[in-house]
Design a protein around this ligand. Sequence first.
Ligand code: THU
Length: 137
Amino acid sequence: MLTEVQVQQLWDAARAAQTRAYAPYSHFAVGAALLDEHGAIHAGCNVENAAFPQGWCAEASALSALIMAGSRHVRGVLVLGTGGTWITPCGGCRQKLREFADPDTPVLSANSDTLGPAFTLEQLLPQGFGPGHLPAA
Ligand code: THU
């Protein structure tokens, strides 16, 4: 469960990150923000590439920021796109998030103006494969 303040912080961080998006090919700027286990927020934008498959998503940038800050757990996600349609993380990003988030972690969809529906990661990645499926080292 996210507090109103945390949702506002995620929103503000995702919107700010979206302004940094490098999306000259799709013109679809995305911002993502993550709440970590310490209550800190980490954000990222999509970064495209002239060799199209080499670009990466806003969620991947935000995860990288979270890891670089020394955090290891995602307690909340917000992703917003360009225009009126609210978006959720792409399939690959759902899997990336699963590495650091629990199945009941809230994932908030949004467009560039307002929040859309909230989901759990389990709803977006049912029966997903996670670290717990591997035998302990
Ligand atoms: N994109 C994201 O950053 N996150 C998503 O969850 C969906 C798609 C980006 C990738 C690409 O730069 C642009 O949006 C259009 O697909």
